[in-house]
Design a protein around this ligand. Structure first.
Ligand SMILES: C[C@](O)(CO)[C@H](O)COP(=O)(O)OP(=O)(O)OC[C@H]1O[C@@H](n2ccc(N)nc2=O)[C@H](O)[C@@H]1O
Ligand SMILES: Nc1ncnc2c1ncn2[C@@H]1O[C@H](COP(=O)(O)OP(=O)(O)OP(=O)(O)O)[C@@H](O)[C@H]1O
Length: 277
């Protein structure tokens, strides 16, 4: 049994306030890529995890791995032999660990025939949105979600410069924590150009603090200058460039990868994503 763990992209990310526990209130338009990790499971007596794949080297294999944390969230966890095939960079702003945790919750719910446990937000603010990887508007601390049918499929290039960025550090560096939300009613965006034009009027409030930590983000945005719009996702350092067609995105990805062989570069189409495989 396996589940895909697609990359999440924050097309917008407005920080609108802060709760008394220090967590920030957000208003974000989120979509999912057709690139990601894969979690597989086989029945077994003990719960074990093996991490494979080109991006597996820097990912913890112990109990702190979010896949094992997800397994522990079940009321009566049993055994399973889990394999996480890692293709997304870690600490990259595209929800790698959160999407892995969500995939593990869906997978183990099927394997163990148990309901997906409540309270997945405890594993990470991005986990609930990754559980049902659709285009959605996310508010609160990541726990208030509403699917929105306003976007066409978006040809996109994702670029990460290979510099991990720790999310808590980025939030800590925010100087203004109360910013305006997105409009109450989001517009219907019928083509990639309209989507890019509207997203350009919105913000990622974490971009400034992330760039102070990882100046390489400036170089990534410059490399994406041929896109209709280039912005950072989440707390960085991954940036996305939006293109009119997949052919343009494929070509831009090829050129960026050739110029910067050390970077992680992927052409993708952002859209609703079917979770099961
Ligand atoms: C930036 C986003 O990726 C946008 O989707 C998420 O808000 C962060 O999601 P995440 O990485 O799953 O976050 P968590 O693992 O829950 O939190 C990491 C740290 O980020 C900060 N954090 C996170 C989410 C949030 N709404 N407010 C915060 O202040 C907290 O310091 C927290 O300790
Ligand atoms: N399955 C996992 N994959 C990647 N990192 C993991 C995983 N489990 C735990 N981690 C730890 O979580 C940290 C954050 O990684 P993750 O890929 O979730 O990044 P992120 O940038 O915080 O994502 P987000 O977009 O949700 O902010 C890593 O540095 C790593 O130590």
């Amino acid at each position: 049994m396996s589940e895909h763990a697609p990359a999440k992209v924050n097309l917008t990310l407005h920080v609108t306030g802060r709760r008394s526990d220090g967590y920030h209130l957000l208003d974000s338009l989120v979509a999912f890529a057709d690139v990601g990790d894969t979690v597989t499971a086989e029945p077994a007596d003990a719960l074990t995890l093996e991490v494979t794949g080109p991006m597996g080297a820097d990912v913890p294999t112990g109990p702190e791995n979010l896949v094992l944390a997800a397994a522990r969230l079940f009321d009566a966890p049993r055994g399973a032999r889990l394999i996480l095939d890692k293709h997304l960079p870690a600490a990259a702003g595209i929800g790698g660990g959160s999407s892995d945790a969500a995939a593990a919750l869906r997978l183990l719910s099927r394997l163990w025939d148990l309901p997906v446990p409540e309270g997945s937000v405890a594993l990470g603010a991005d986990v609930p949105m990754c559980l049902d990887p659709r285009v959605q508007r996310v508010r609160g601390v990541g726990d208030e979600r509403r699917p929105v049918d306003i976007l066409p499929p978006l040809p996109t290039v994702l670029v990460n410069p290979g510099v991990p960025v720790a999310t808590p550090e980025v939030f800590k560096r925010l100087t203004v924590r109360e910013n305006p939300p997105m409009p109450t009613d989001l517009p219907l965006l019928s083509c990639p150009a309209d989507a890019a034009d509207w997203i350009a009027t919105q913000r990622n409030d974490l971009a400034g603090p992330a760039r102070a930590i990882a100046p390489e983000i400036g170089a990534v945005l410059a490399a994406l200058s041929g896109a209709r719009l280039a912005r950072m996702s989440g707390s960085g350092a991954t940036c996305f460039g939006l293109y009119d067609t997949r052919a343009e995105a494929d070509q831009a990805a090829e050129e960026i990868a050739r110029a910067e062989p050390g970077w992680w570069v992927r052409a993708t189409t952002l859209a609703a994503h079917a979770p099961s495989s």
